[in-house]
Design a protein around this ligand. Structure first.
Ligand code: GLU
Length: 368
């Protein structure tokens, strides 16, 4: 099964799974979900949760109705509700000895390469510290032009930047149906989609579910992002207790299988769009290390040319000026000029601030 082979899994849960129609918190469900996460973690999976619920819980606390809220008010409500949301997670997850952390993202954090690399590193460090990051959109400052708008797309961007293997969208329906299952008895659940455009051509996406701020159309948008990122995606019914266990046992959901190998997707992303802004010339020792799959450290850099910022795309040349790799630089050209040839533990002293130790991380590098 695909889920068994997934190392990094992003799970998105919507507000309706946390709070029911009578504004009651679904505590039993959240506990069962925490149990699922515990089990995945004991199988060595790295888990990221993308959770909505800030506005729903803010409304619950303030006794407001979500439907009547204007944008600026809803931002204040999200600020109030986000703490409630994290408290709820913290209280429930600590019962299962699961550590959680909070990450609030704005659109630019995943769309801008430099910021997305920073975000990716934070996720990786949280995995190392054995924490489960709980992500939401930073609703308090996002305006309509700079907004993911729904957590389906936010979750797919998170899956993309973290190089996840599977994104699970827990929804209020079993998956994508041939017709709206709430209206048509003969609607059939589609179990597997491997060609997005072809397989969903005849389905009216707009009519298939009306729940949450993300309907089926935003889920399809998310599937497109995942497909390009080499990440599989599942739409499954999250209303059941132990929803992930249900997927593993019954597989009563829709799988969107990415047709692009993950590595190729990442490579494409690294070397796509912008042309290289500069060059790093490295010594033979560093070249050998890179060919063995290691990251590029400052010690191995002989020369830097061009002017570039952190996160920019650079060429990596060997001592004979032959290009053999490309990657995203974790330092600006100015910084590299100061630290080239130096040992990684000297960087902090030279620059005067803490930074990463790799100049180009192996995950951000493509050998050509
Ligand atoms: N970020 C919003 C919240 O926490 C929800 C967005 C969505 O449901 O898609 O309330």
């Amino acid at each position: 099964m695909y889920l068994k082979n997934s190392k990094i899994i992003v799970v998105k849960i919507g507000s309706s799974l946390l709070v029911d129609k009578n504004k009651k918190i679904r505590s039993k469900w959240l506990s069962s979900f925490a149990k699922d996460i515990k089990k995945l973690k004991s199988n060595n999976k790295k888990i990221i949760i993308v959770s909505s619920g800030a506005i729903a819980l803010g409304c619950k606390k303030m006794n407001y109705n979500k439907v009547n809220l204007k944008l600026d008010k809803s931002q204040a409500i999200a600020s109030i509700g986000q703490i409630e949301l994290m408290n709820l997670f913290s209280k429930t997850f600590s019962k299962y000895k699961l550590n959680i952390s909070q990450i609030l993202l704005t659109l630019d954090d995943t769309e801008e390469r430099r910021r997305s690399i920073n975000a990716k590193r934070t996720f990786e460090n949280l995995f190392r510290l054995d924490y489960v990051p709980v992500v939401n959109e930073n609703d308090t400052t996002a305006t309509s032009e700079i907004k993911y708008g729904d957590n389906d797309r936010l979750a797919s961007r998170v899956a993309q930047i973290t190089n996840a293997d599977t994104l699970i969208l827990l929804s209020d329906v079993d998956g994508l149906f041939t017709k709206n299952p709430k209206k048509f008895k003969n609607a059939k659940l589609i179990k597997r989609i491997s060609n997005l455009d072809k397989d969903i051509k005849n389905i009216n996406i707009k009519g298939t579910t009306e729940f949450g701020s993300g309907g089926m159309d935003t889920k399809i948008e998310a599937a497109k992002i995942c497909n390009l990122a080499g990440c599989n995606m599942i739409i499954a019914n999250g209303l059941y207790l132990n929803p992930i266990n249900q997927i593993e046992k019954k597989n009563n959901c829709t799988w969107f299988i990415s047709t692009i190998p993950k590595l190729d997707a990442r490579k494409k992303w690294i070397i796509s769009s912008v042309s290289p802004k500069g060059e790093l010339i490295i010594d033979d020792g560093a070249k050998k290390a890179l060919l063995n799959g290691k990251s590029l450290l400052a010690a191995g850099i002989k020369k830097v040319s061009g002017i570039f910022k952190k996160g920019d795309h650079v060429k990596i040349l060997d001592f004979k000026n032959k290009e053999f790799a490309r990657g995203l630089s974790s330092f600006s050209s100015d910084e590299i000029n100061k630290i080239l040839g130096c040992h990684s533990n000297e960087i902090r002293k030279i620059l005067g601030y803490i930074s990463k130790s790799e100049v180009v991380h192996k995950d951000d590098m493509v050998k050509i």
